[in-house]
Ligand binder design. Structure first.
Ligand SMILES: Cc1cc2nc3c(=O)[nH]c(=O)nc-3n(C[C@H](O)[C@H](O)[C@H](O)COP(=O)(O)O)c2cc1C
Ligand code: SF4
Ligand code: SF4
Length: 305
């Protein structure tokens, strides 16, 4: 067990499931190639980070080499060509993938039929988030070969006000079967590539009967920023640790000398939730709405911090 550098980041929240459901690669057909996978992920409060770490762990157990990049501070795209498969994972916010992730994808260099997989964590209304991700990636020359969504404890402080929090603690060991199925599907993509079998198309449909799909399509970062309201830093609490700046997925914070917020902010509430000093307040979020446990901002937090 590691001790976090950050007092409110509880790396004990979710036990390492390494031995809970072990993956037995013995029966798997290994490819001759050294499968190299690169995953870009965004996480505002750690749910998607945890999923990312567990997906990576399962793929590594199958013999793949997996590199993880939190797009808040690891944005290198120059070596994408060195990888066989690229993953993209993020939370759903405002019925769509986070603007941090979609803005990042828009900035990617063009590819020609590069295989990709996508996943999202949400509190129950993903709407057409995976469709939005797959459409955007296809405009960048990626072919999405596997897609999945997972449940995560609601991270929107406003929705936490009533105190009824479904799926509290998720994703956690309850989600391991789905994680293993998804990892197997990703690995299957690599096997097919190695055996030169055409990739099975992964249809990611637009949920046309779901009204939230249309809200998600038309949503704007400025709306989410507006809904969050103006942010304020209590200088008597802030110790200028830089955590909010490092993990802002939209790189909207600069310490100057106190945290200052630019219009790149997409209203994800990440800074508000992760600040160890509870120094950041927002118009819509009084102190008592803070999540008590935020972790896995780095997908391998339990091992790396
Ligand atoms: C501003 C905001 C908007 C959200 N909107 C949605 C939504 O439209 N649908 C949904 O299912 N969950 C929504 N959520 C919940 C998150 O998707 C969910 O808690 C997710 O697991 C958070 O992932 P993270 O910890 O990796 O940031 C929202 C959360 C926030 C903070
Ligand atoms: S606002 Fe919080 S996270 Fe940001 S620098 Fe200050 S103490 Fe650190
Ligand atoms: S400034 Fe805060 S709320 Fe805005 S994008 Fe960055 S982490 Fe999210």
């Amino acid at each position: 067990m590691s001790t976090s550098r950050f007092s409110n980041i509880n790396t004990e929240k979710r036990e390492s499931p390494r031995l809970v459901i072990g993956f037995d690669p013995a029966g798997e057909q290994r490819t001759a190639m050294n499968d190299r996978i690169l995953i870009y992920y965004h996480t505002a409060t750690g749910n998607t980070g945890w999923l990312t770490g567990e997906i990576a762990r399962r793929l590594e157990e199958k013999g793949c080499a997996v590199a993880l990049r939190n797009i808040a501070h690891q944005r290198d795209t120059t070596d994408i060509g060195n990888y066989d498969l690229i993953g993209f994972g993020c939370p759903v916010m405002g019925f769509r993938p986070t603007f941090s992730m979609t803005d990042f994808i828009e900035s990617l260099p063009m590819q020609q039929g590069k295989a990709a997989f996508i996943y999202a964590s949400c509190a129950g209304i993903s709407a057409s988030s995976l469709w939005i991700l797959s459409q955007l990636l296809s405009t960048k020359g990626y072919e999405v070969a596997a897609a999945e969504q997972f449940r995560g404890e609601i991270s929107w402080p406003v929705a936490r006000v009533p105190g009824i929090i479904p799926d509290r603690g998720r994703p956690d060991t309850r989600d391991l079967p789905a994680i293993m199925r998804f990892s197997a599907a990703i690995y299957d993509v690599l096997k097919r590539r190695a055996e030169k079998i055409p990739a099975a198309p992964c249809a990611v449909p637009f949920a046309s009967l779901n009204p939230f799909s249309y809200l998600g399509r038309t949503n704007k970062a400025a709306y989410l920023r507006f809904i969050m309201g103006s942010k304020h830093v209590d200088q008597s609490r802030c110790n200028r640790c830089g955590l909010c700046e490092k993990y802002c997925g939209s790189r909207a914070i600069s310490l100057d000398p106190w945290p200052a917020f630019s219009d790149a902010c997409c209203g994800c509430w990440g800074c508000y939730s992760i600040c160890p000093q509870k120094a950041i307040s927002a118009f819509m979020g009084p102190k008592w709405q803070y999540r008590e446990k935020v972790n896995y901002l780095d997908a391998r937090a339990a091992e790396d911090l």
